[in-house]
Design a protein around this ligand. Structure first.
Ligand code: 13P
Length: 250
């Protein structure tokens, strides 16, 4: 049985002091649930302290992005080994904000995926269509291209354990959540694609999270769908009460 994974993507929110308070508050309110894994992804500047603060809790640490190079003249970039050195186990890759605001394409995401995997960081690989792509009937083509190109050259053994996150761009930060049926349809499509590209075994064992306006009120119904294995949460992870509320309802 696949675990449910609830991850909080803090995006560009919370300086160090704010990060410390939020983590303390999450820890105070957190309830351990057997089949639910909890991950937080604070900004780079808070990762080191976050790692210390969560060391006695059932919370794992993720970064929000990383560079595909190992080291050198890449001003402003952060490497996989740097992330590992501050306690990250996960890294979010290909988030739609990276793709649309910072120009990352499927090829860049593929290089990052390979570097994360070879560095033993677990990728949270994000895919999703825009409203325009959905309305023009291109949704499945776009998602298939993101999956095929993002995973190009990655073997089944390498991909095993990675997390996928379906985040329809039109649902991110808009309050317009995909209906459980809409999300389930795409999750089943992605799982089927994994089966085609790899195997039934990999498809059945891969966690596919949903992201986009997830809140405590809609989490249960979304995560209750057969192919939705948790949530990648933005806005609602910035308050301990709503983040823990989602974990409780997962
Ligand atoms: P919101 O939950 O704010 O819609 O953001 C989702 C997201 O982008 C998580 O990565």
């Amino acid at each position: 049985m696949r675990k449910k994974v609830i991850a909080g993507n803090w995006k560009m929110n919370n300086d160090l002091n704010e990060s410390i308070s939020l983590i303390k508050s999450i820890k105070e309110n957190l309830v351990d649930r057997d089949n639910v894994k909890v991950i937080i992804a604070p900004p780079f500047t808070s990762l080191d302290r976050a790692s210390q603060l969560i060391s006695d809790a059932n919370i794992s640490l993720s970064a929000q992005n990383m560079c595909y190079e190992d080291s050198g003249a890449f001003t402003g970039a952060i490497s996989a080994s740097m992330l590992k050195s501050v306690g990250c186990e996960y890294v979010i890759l290909g988030h739609s904000e990276r793709r649309t605001l910072f120009g990352e394409n499927n090829g860049d995401v593929n290089k990052k995926m390979k570097k994360a995997i070879s560095s033993e960081l677990t990728p949270i690989f994000c895919i999703g269509e825009t409203l325009e792509e959905r309305e023009s009937g291109e949704m499945k083509n776009v998602i298939e291209k993101q999956v095929r190109e993002g995973l190009d050259g990655i073997s089944e053994a390498e991909l095993s354990g990675a997390i996928l996150a379906y985040e329809p761009v039109w649902a991110i930060g808009t309050g317009k959540v995909a209906t459980p049926d809409q999300a389930q349809e795409v999750h089943a499509f992605i799982r089927n694609l994994l089966k085609e590209l790899y195997s039934e075994n990999l498809a059945n064992n891969t966690v596919i999270q949903y992201g986009g306006s997830v809140k405590p009120e809609n989490a249960a119904e979304l995560i209750g769908q057969p192919d939705i294995d948790g949530a990648l949460v933005g806005g609602a992870c910035l308050k301990a009460e709503s983040f823990v509320g989602i974990i409780k309802n997962a």
